[in-house]
Design a protein around this ligand. Sequence first.
Ligand SMILES: [Fe+2]
Ligand SMILES: [Fe+2]
Length: 136
Amino acid sequence: MTDTQPLWKPEYSVGVDTIDQQHQRLFGLLQDLTLTDPVKSHAVLVQEVEDYINFHFAHEQHLMSKYRYPRLQAHLDQHQDFHRQFQLLQAGAKTDAKQLARIRLMVYAWFTRHILGDTMDRDLGAWLQARGLPAA
Ligand SMILES: [Fe+2]
Ligand SMILES: [Fe+2]
């Protein structure tokens, strides 16, 4: 993964519009972490990533509840695990360029594993698609 490489790839699609669009937006925010923003501080950029992840997790939780997803708890446990790892990474460290790179790498690795490797989001996407949610 280089700084200029697009992070989103079509193979990350889970087949549900809103989830795919949010993953794309999140990966776009991760890419912004590599930019030198004249207005926003590093802390603000990291906060934007965290806020967006919270929004995204809440959206998935809403869909899982609404459509009675049978693996809801296992999925929520993974989201909770993300928060633990994210907090640990931020604890006691300044958000300098190196720290931003570490955060970017951790979030990217976690999400690609959650979407594809553990098939958590992909399985959720298949369940929702089978219940008529629009495909991307
Ligand atoms: Fe998820
Ligand atoms: Fe997700």
